[in-house]
Write a protein that binds this ligand. Structure first.
Ligand code: AMP
Ligand code: MG
Length: 408
C-alpha cells in the first residue's frame, strides 16, 4: 500500500516551496493581465478642477432662487478651456459637460431648464442648489491617495485607472519564463502520420495552450527521446528558465528517466508522486530559483496535473496571492462508483441552477481519453475513501478556466 501524500498536502508543499515573484517595470500597454507589485498613488486630484457634469448655464445659485428669472450671458466655456470667464451677480456663462466651473458661479442649471432670450440673456426656469451639476475638485480621488494596491490584477478598468493617473510605466510581477519539454521516443509531430507504435505529440501543444491561458508564452522543446544522457544534458541547458515543465518520463518504467535525472542533479525534489488520479507520478523539484514540474505523459494526466500543480505554481510565480483552482459545492446529477485509494478528479460538466451548482460526471475510457475529456468544464473530486457517490449528494468540484470565463 502506497503511503502517498494527499492533494492538499502536496499542494501546500508546492506553494510553500516556490520562489518569490520577481518585479519588473513594463509599459502600460503591456501590463494587462499582470499583477501589480507596488501601490499606485493618484498624481493629481480627480476631478482636477470643479467639473461641470451637464450642458447648461453656470450661475450663482443665490441669483436664481426666485426663478424664473433672467440673467446676462457673459461668455461660453467648453471642455478643455481654462476658465477666464467669471460670473458676477445676475450673470450666467454658457457651459458644456466636462468644462471647469467659471469663477463666481457655484452651480449649473441644465440647458433643458433654460430659454435663450435674444443673444445676451437667458431665462432660468428653475432654481438650483449650490453645487448642483458640479463635481467638485478631488471629490472622487485626492492627490496622493492609493488607488490600486499590490496584488491587484490589471484588467481593462485598472488600465483606465493607471492611465488616468499618468502611469505610463507600471511595476508588475514578471511572467515566468516557461519551457515545455516533452519526452518519449514514440512521439511524432502533429503534421505526421504516426507509424507503428508512434503517438502524436499532443501534450506539447496542449500544455503550451494551457500556459497561454496564464499569459505565459512558453517555449516548447523538440521531444526528448527516452535517453538518460540527453535528458541530463537538456536539464542542464535549461537552467535559465523560471519554470520547467516535463511531459512524460516520470513513472516507474525502466525508460522513465526524468525523475531519475532530476534526483541525480543539483535539484531538490520536494515531492514525487501524490495520491491523485490521474497524475500519481507527478514530480515537483526546485533548482535555485527554478521550479521544475514533471507531469505524467498520458494526455489527460498531463492536462489535469497542469491544472492541479502547474497553474497554481505559475500563478504564484506571476504574483497572484492564491494559486489553487476555485472549488465549489455542487449537487451530483448521476451516481459515481469509485475504487478507493486516491482522490479522483473526474471530468464533469458544472452548471449554475438557480442559486446552486449542479454537476454531471462525464464518462471516459481512462487517462488517454482526451476527446471525452474535452467536453468537461470542471473536475469532480471523488474522495479517496469513497466507494460510491449518490445522485443528489453534495460534492466538491474544481472549476476549470472555461467555466468561469463563460460566465453565468
Ligand atoms: P509516460 O508518462 O512517459 O509513461 O507516458 C504515458 C503515456 O502517455 C504513453 O502512452 C505515452 O505514449 C503518452 N504520451 C507521452 N507523452 C505524450 C505526448 N507528448 N503527447 C501525447 N501522448 C504522450
Ligand atoms: Mg514516456
Amino acid at each position: 500500500m502506497d503511503q502517498l501524500h494527499t492533494y492538499d498536502e502536496v499542494l501546500s508543499l508546492l506553494l510553500q516551496n516556490l520562489p518569490s515573484p520577481i518585479v519588473e517595470r513594463v509599459p502600460l500597454e503591456a501590463s494587462a493581465g499582470r499583477v501589480l507589485a507596488t501601490p499606485v498613488k493618484a498624481d493629481l486630484d480627480l476631478p482636477p478642477f470643479d467639473r461641470v457634469v451637464m450642458d447648461g448655464y453656470a450661475v450663482r445659485s443665490g441669483d436664481v432662487q426666485t426663478a424664473p428669472c433672467c440673467l446676462r450671458v457673459v461668455g461660453a466655456v467648453v471642455a478643455g478651456d481654462s476658465p477666464e470667464t467669471s460670473v458676477g451677480s445676475n450673470e450666467a456663462a454658457q457651459i458644456m459637460t466636462g468644462a471647469p466651473l467659471p469663477r463666481g458661479a457655484d452651480a449649473v442649471q441644465m440647458v433643458e431648464k433654460t430659454v435663450k432670450v435674444g443673444t445676451e440673456l437667458v431665462e432660468v426656469l428653475e432654481s438650483v442648489l449650490p453645487g448642483q451639476n458640479v463635481a467638485p475638485r478631488a471629490s472622487e480621488v485626492q492627490r496622493g491617495a492609493v488607488v490600486l494596491r499590490p496584488g491587484e490584477r490589471i484588467d481593462a478598468i485598472r488600465i483606465g485607472v493607471l492611465a488616468a493617473f499618468g502611469q505610463h510605466m507600471v511595476e508588475v510581477f514578471r511572467s515566468p519564463r516557461a519551457v515545455i519539454i516533452p519526452t518519449g521516443t514514440e512521439l511524432v509531430d502533429v503534421g505526421e502520420i504516426p507509424g507503428p507504435g508512434e503517438i502524436r505529440n499532443s501534450n506539447a501543444y496542449m500544455l503550451k495552450a494551457q500556459c497561454a491561458t496564464l499569459g505565459i508564452d512558453a517555449d516548447v522543446m523538440p521531444p526528448l527521446g527516452d535517453d538518460r544522457e540527453r535528458t541530463a544534458a537538456v536539464l542542464d541547458e535549461s537552467r535559465g528558465a523560471d519554470l520547467l515543465i516535463f511531459s512524460g518520463g516520470v513513472s516507474m518504467g525502466d525508460r522513465d528517466y526524468v525523475h531519475r535525472v532530476i534526483k541525480d542533479s543539483n535539484a531538490r525534489v520536494v515531492f514525487h508522486k501524490a495520491a491523485v488520479k490521474p497524475g500519481k507520478p507527478v514530480l515537483f523539484a526546485r533548482r535555485a530559483n527554478q521550479v521544475i514540474l514533471g507531469l505524467p505523459g498520458n494526455p489527460v494526466s498531463s492536462f489535469v496535473t497542469f491544472e492541479l500543480f502547474v497553474r497554481p505554481a505559475a500563478r504564484v510565480l506571476s504574483g497572484w496571492r492564491r494559486g489553487g483552482l476555485r472549488r465549489v459545492m455542487a449537487r451530483l446529477e448521476a451516481a459515481v462508483a469509485h475504487k478507493p485509494g486516491r482522490l479522483f478528479f473526474k471530468p464533469a460538466l458544472l452548471r449554475v441552477e438557480g442559486r446552486e451548482f449542479a454537476v454531471t460526471p462525464i464518462e471516459t475510457k481512462g487517462s488517454a481519453d482526451l476527446v471525452a475529456f474535452s467536453k468537461a468544464n470542471s473536475l469532480l473530486m471523488v474522495p479517496a475513501d469513497a466507494t460510491r457517490l449518490e445522485v443528489g449528494s453534495t460534492v466538491e468540484v474544481m472549476a476549470l478556466g472555461a467555466f468561469w470565463e463563460e460566465g453565468f
